[in-house]
Design a binder for this molecule. Sequence first.
Ligand SMILES: *Cc1c(COP(=O)(O)O)cnc(C)c1O
Length: 424
Amino acid sequence: MQDQTLEYARSLDKGDELAGFRERFYLQPGTIYMDGNSLGLMSRDAEAAALNALNDWKTLGIEGWMGGNPPWFYLAEELGRMQTDLVGAKPEELVVAGSNTINLHNLVATFFQPEGKRTKILTDDLNFPSDHYALQSQLLLKGLDPAEHLVVVKSRDGRTISEDDLIAAMTDEIALVFLPVVLYRSGQLLDVERLTREAHARGILIGFDGCHSVGAVPHRLSEWGVDFAMWCNYKYLNGGPGATAGLYVNEKHFGTRPGLSGWFGYRKDRQFDMVYDFEGAESAGAWQIGTTHLLSSAPLLGSLKIFQEAGIDRLRAKSLRMTDYLMELIDALPESYGYSIGNPREADRRGGHVALEHEEAIRICKALKGHGIIPDFRFPNVIRLAPVALYNTFEEVWQTVEALKQIIDNKEYEKFPKDREVVA
Ligand SMILES: *Cc1c(COP(=O)(O)O)cnc(C)c1O
């Protein structure tokens, strides 16, 4: 059993080579932010980049498209290039455009091509609702009934999805597989490489949702041969609420007509020729639809610089140390406290957050806020806690578990109503 003292937590912070990055973020005095997996905090770098974009707009007007710093016309591709190491892809396979759900629509509209017996999409029953809605509507647009054509692999335990079950469901009726890299509730990390290999061996295309993994877990999308992916830039990537999203298309698919095309996907050197025959860019840039969302993209210029400096491998190593530490402290609480860990324990099977389960989760989350700790609640009984490698400390992890202990010791949660809040 590890040392459970506050001094020990502080010694871990002293030995942390990434500790210096914390100063670059806006942390509110008196609060411990454990929700960076839902909405990452603002960094000074992101703020400066956003202000710079505003100033370019103020002073340049339309000249900002070519004269901005950097030019707005190339910003989507530039931000894609800045994510190559984060997701393990070639610069031309990446673009930052649209939103998570819009990108998912466009990618499925492109790569779901039912033919003959292959008319179904395979997914899991624990993915984020928006992903399910998008898959359902893409089937409906092709005249297919989701009840029959969306194959949903069930979880055996309500927390995780078995890769064996997914592979067993990859039949010759499946045209496309779409799965999360990390499950948003339990934090399970799927074996993307193995699933991709197995899908391809059966002639099935496969895409992934990296909303809960990119920025926390290293990816090697190109090397694994993943066909396409989309992810969130406002969770672990700290790009700001609703930040423009990430999109990857494997280079073998360049030249494929995007399912939802628009003029920003046109080859850039001739976009302003304004001709009606669509000639898409020879890159993931072809999957852009409309004008770059400058003010929702600019903060990423600052935020991604931080990731380039820190490096995803070092961030992952620290994240695992922090979540390990958090789990050890929770394990050390007597069983009578009622806490249990709902995420997989193995380092290669979990993402960046701990899924803490408790039957009083709603009221415990409210009591945590009373302690100045910001958690994340997922109905009905999950408290998600994400110590983020860039800005959280081991001491904050210790303080969080101390609060979790006191909330039970003093029955603090009983002072709060049981109803859930609108955004939870
Ligand atoms: C956060 C998240 C979304 C949200 O998508 P938006 O289009 O940005 O609202 C969708 N899917 C998953 C898995 C997410 O984690």
